[in-house]
Design a protein around this ligand. Structure first.
Ligand code: MAN
Length: 561
């Protein structure tokens, strides 16, 4: 307790040697010199109506209610605000509630820094070197104690450490300035991005309106046209169409020839019947040469018919050929009609091999080109399967593609705008740290802090990672912690605190969260992590981003100019 209090006092006090100058009572600090200048009387500082003889100052008896008559003894220690409360029977006020006028016993500490020592430690037989490196607090040599003056070595060491701290602070401040520059550059880039996106969105907006108008116009002009809904474009498509109609033509002709054949066969049969009857019923006794010759010719014809072998083309085969083409018989034309790409499709299909952003761009350009080519009779205006003309499809696709591109760009613009408006702390400084991670171990875990992202608890035993919170906001909190020799501490004052919330749920409890307290340091480092209460973590982290905004030496601020 004694050393701690002492440390806290050191440095608060300005250098000074006045109190040590000749003629002044012992223990008077520089700011109280004026009260002790009279050599005859001494009015109590807070109660000037009470006047003491000069000889009553430092006579080891507490005469003033505010204890101001004993700057160099422990007689008024009971009202020393730094002392523990202890009612002292016999004190003038009889209580410890009186406010002491003097902060303590002033140690001059020549060669180091003068400081006040709580009165209760004056002549207590212990050398209090942290505050009184000159040993002046033990002038009475209580218990034979001799406190040598160590101010030379203590002062030297103090100055060495101070210089180290100063250099460290300077380096940290320099790092901070670099971070600020980086953040400024990152911010500038976001601003440029936003400006570009705004232009792109504006252009796409105009393009969209233009394509919308174009689409409506095409739709109007196409509405009156009769749209062919059969056949496909391209050479193969044309060939398939021709072949199909040729086959149908041949089939129809064959069908007609079959009918004619059957008719002729009927006639032949009738004639054969007539001649057969003639042969059977004519009277050979009539010497009619014409009839005899006809019967003879018929007999020859009939004999020839029986010896001739019939052609092997069966009616069933012909019927098979005459059957309608379908999926199961003849040629399946549908396969050729729908399976093949048209010339235009070929032009379009290669887009699929392009990277997405280029594809959109090329698609849009090609649509224009295609529309123009169709309008000018260079490409066939092949209707799509739904019966919509190619011209309308092209116009609609161009419009859709521009609308999509517009929506995508607008989304990007909004995201960048949100990014720009985000609170990245003083001087926008955390912008430069965003996305970077640092970690430090504690117990069975490694703890990771990803700036403006999340905190993670990682088991060293490989039990997996636990989200300890996602970045929510920047806060400020007053902390009061002892200075650490290694400088890795928060110290005392207002500190930035990054709140990480809504981490992984705690068993039987709330979601995990982390408060990240920031202290000034030359490099980003997780100093320590503790689980302050179940699933509520506290990280102490050093970073140049948390240093004070110290101006570069030699650089004048705006106000100074
Ligand atoms: C794990 C760790 C601890 C936490 C408990 C809660 O063991 O995340 O930090 O306290 O879970 O059950």
């Amino acid at each position: 307790m004694r050393r701690t209090g002492a440390l806290a006092l050191l440095g608060v006090i300005a250098h000074g040697s006045l109190a040590a100058s000749k003629g002044l009572p012992r223990g008077v600090g520089p700011e109280f010199v004026k009260f002790f200048e009279s050599k005859t009387v001494f009015p109590c500082i807070s109660n000037p109506s009470i006047t003491l003889k000069a000889s009553q100052v430092n006579d080891n008896s507490c005469d003033c209610p505010d204890g101001s008559d004993e700057p160099g003894t422990a007689a008024c220690a009971n009202i020393d605000p730094l002392s523990p409360e202890q009612p002292l029977p016999g004190s003038v006020t009889g209580t410890t509630n009186t406010t002491a006028a003097l902060p303590g016993f002033w140690c001059v500490n020549a060669g180091h820094i003068g400081s006040y020592l709580p009165f209760m430690y004056v002549n207590d037989g212990i050398c209090d070197y942290e505050l009184c490196c000159d040993g002046s607090d033990e002038y009475a040599h209580t218990g034979g104690v001799q406190c040598e003056n160590r101010c030379d070595s203590i002062g030297k060491e103090y100055r060495r450490l101070e210089e180290g701290r100063r250099q460290n602070k300077e380096r940290s401040a320099k790092k901070r300035r670099t971070l600020v520059k980086e953040s400024r550059e990152l911010r500038r880039r976001v601003e440029v991005k936003i400006a570009n996106l705004k232009t792109e969105v504006r252009d796409l907006d105009a393009k969209k309106a233009e394509l919308q108008a174009k689409f409506e116009e095409v739709e109007r002009s196409e509405r009156g046209k009769v749209v062919k809904s059969e056949g496909r474009g391209g050479k193969l498509g044309v060939l398939v169409g021709l072949a199909k109609s040729r086959v149908n033509e041949l089939r129809n002709t064959l069908d007609k020839i079959m009918d004619q054949r059957d008719d002729l066969q009927d006639k032949v049969d009738q004639l054969e019947d007539i001649l057969t009857k003639l042969k059977e019923e004519y009277n050979p006794n009539f010497n009619d040469e014409g009839v005899k010759a006809a019967v003879k010719a018929w007999e020859d014809y009939a004999a020839g018919q029986t010896s001739e072998t019939k052609g092997d083309l069966a009616d069933s085969d012909i019927m098979e050929v005459l059957k309608e083409d379908s999926e199961t018989s003849g040629i399946n034309w549908a396969e050729f009609e729908t399976g093949e790409a048209s010339d235009i499709d070929v032009v379009y299909n290669w887009e699929a091999y392009l990277p997405a952003p280029v594809r959109d761009y090329v698609h849009q350009k090609l649509n224009f080109l295609r529309g123009w080519a169709i309008e000018n009779g260079i490409l066939a205006d092949n209707p799509t399967s739904g019966g919509e003309s190619r011209l309308i499809t092209a116009a609609r696709e161009a419009l859709d593609s521009a609308s999509n591109a517009h929506a995508v760009k607008l989304g990007q613009l909004e995201e960048e705008q949100r990014e720009l408006e985000k609170d990245y702390g003083p001087d926008d400084i955390f912008r430069a740290l965003k996305g970077k991670c640092i970690s430090g171990e504690a117990g069975e875990y490694d703890y990771e802090l990803c700036w403006f992202d999340k905190t993670t608890q990682k088991s060293k035993k490989g039990h997996g990672n636990t989200n300890m919170g996602n970045f929510a906001r920047i806060d400020k909190e007053f902390v009061d912690e002892e200075e650490r020799l290694d400088g890795k501490g928060l110290g005392k004052g207002q500190r930035l605190v990054l709140r990480y919330e809504n981490g992984q749920g705690c068993w039987n409890g709330p979601n995990r969260r982390t408060d990240v307290y920031l202290g000034c340091a030359e490099t980003d480092e997780v100093w320590r992590t503790v689980e302050a209460e179940k699933c509520v973590y506290r990280m102490e982290v050093g970073s140049p981003a948390a240093c004070e905004d110290v101006q570069e030496p030699g650089v004048r601020t705006k106000d100074e100019l």
